[in-house]
Ligand binder design. Structure first.
Ligand code: GLY
Length: 386
């Protein structure tokens, strides 16, 4: 593993490289929102499966703007975020947290840093509130979960990264004096988290991708998967979504049961991932050789979650362990093996995986990998700063 000084250099240079790659993407394919590369190239006709990634490209621009103050990033962040606005009403996906927390929430934060009280600020907050309402409409009373995009009976672990937008709206409704709406939104979001905790997180801290419910009784029937190896395996990105998602909902609710769940996922991640910090796409994939296929995007997401735990955990020792493991992942992801520095590679982070079974984005750059890597780099820059 790199020593502290090398890692700092790698982080700074990785952040510069990320900006160069995003700038090149804007210039090469203006107003295009890619999802995964094919042989390192963003523009292709590959299938998308579901429409969940459009916030990640502008999300990176918001992060670059927050760190550099560069107007180029502000202008482009607004240019790429604004077209997403109609999706505040999108009921076809369970991903409104991904779409709006990466964009409108960061936009709002940028305005708040400037002390803006304009109508535009109000409008941005209203969009976030509507996105929270739209997400809440996915709630199934029988079963107590937010349904996934695939079917009424389906709960996905990924939704733990999106439920935060409902907690956000609950808080805003409370501040606006709408106590009844706030309580109802909180009930829905909290119930979803409890159900996910109960049926998607196993006793050893590993996770299932999906749970299927009986729509008549609300009973959970089985664990299954779309992107993992098998229903009873641990798909590493799902684990990372749970690790980071439960840490985020702990920050929204201060409910220590959610912190414990995030820490259980972190324990599993640390115990089962190779020393360099990047997991196989599925910890239980067979045959064993198929575990050679890594998912760098899972590592980037886990790094963000571990950084969160390094601030949130009640134990000094655990906070230090999480921070150390965060640094380990970042030291690995900022090496030439993972950065797309080779000529012709258009992504930032190589060796991500989208959907093995559908053969989409396998061992490629993936847009959420780019985004969470840039978010992790921005945390690493804070970590370095005196
Ligand atoms: N569908 C979300 C993911 O690929 O992780």
């Amino acid at each position: 593993m790199a020593d502290g000084t090398t890692c700092q250099r790698q982080v700074r240079s990785g952040f510069e490289f990320a900006q160069a790659q995003v700038r090149a993407l804007i210039e090469r394919h203006p107003d295009y929102y890619p999802m995964y590369t094919v042989q390192g190239r963003w523009k292709h006709e590959g299938e998308k499966w579901t429409h969940w990634c459009d916030g990640f490209l502008p999300g990176m621009m918001w992060i670059f703007h927050a760190h550099t103050g560069d107007k180029y990033w502000l202008d482009n962040a607004i240019r790429y975020s604004t077209p997403l606005e109609p999706r505040q009403h999108d009921r076809a996906v369970h991903d409104l947290g991904f779409i709006f927390c990466s964009t409108y929430m960061r936009w709002l934060n940028a305005m708040d840093r400037q002390g803006s009280k304009t109508q535009e600020r109000q409008h941005i907050e209203d969009v976030l509130i509507q996105a929270g309402t739209t997400m809440s409409l996915r709630f199934k009373e029988k079963g107590q979960y937010l349904r996934s995009f695939v079917a009424d009976e389906s709960l996905f672990v990924d939704i733990m990264m999106n439920v935060g937008i409902i907690f956000y709206e609950a808080q805003k409704q409370k501040e606006r004096g709408n106590a009844k709406e706030a309580a109802e939104l909180f009930r829905i979001a909290d119930a979803h988290c409890r159900t996910s905790q109960r049926y998607l997180i196993r006793g050893d801290g590993s996770t299932a991708h999906e749970a299927i419910f009986d729509l008549n009784t609300g009973e959970c029937l089985r664990q299954t998967t779309h992107q993992g190896f098998r229903g009873d395996s641990c798909w590493s990105r799902g684990l990372a979504w749970a690790l980071y998602g439960f840490c985020t909902v702990y920050n929204c609710t201060h409910d220590t049961a959610y912190l414990e769940t995030s820490e259980a996922c972190a324990r599993y991640y640390i115990a089962h991932t190779p020393e360099h910090g990047v997991p196989p796409w599925d910890y239980d994939a067979q045959p064993m050789e198929s575990r050679q296929l890594e998912d760098s995007s899972a590592a980037a997401i886990a790094a963000c979650g571990l950084y969160g735990l390094s601030l949130a955990s009640a134990s000094f020792e655990k906070r230090a362990l999480y921070r150390q493991y965060f640094r380990r992942i970042m030291a690995t992801l900022t090496t030439d093996k993972y950065l797309g520095r080779e000529p012709g590679w258009e992504g930032i982070l190589k060796h991500g995986v989208y959907h093995v079974h559908k053969k989409l984005g396998v061992d490629e750059s993936v847009m959420w990998g780019e985004y969470f890597f840039v978010e992790a780099l921005s945390k690493a820059l804070e970590d370095i700063a005196p």
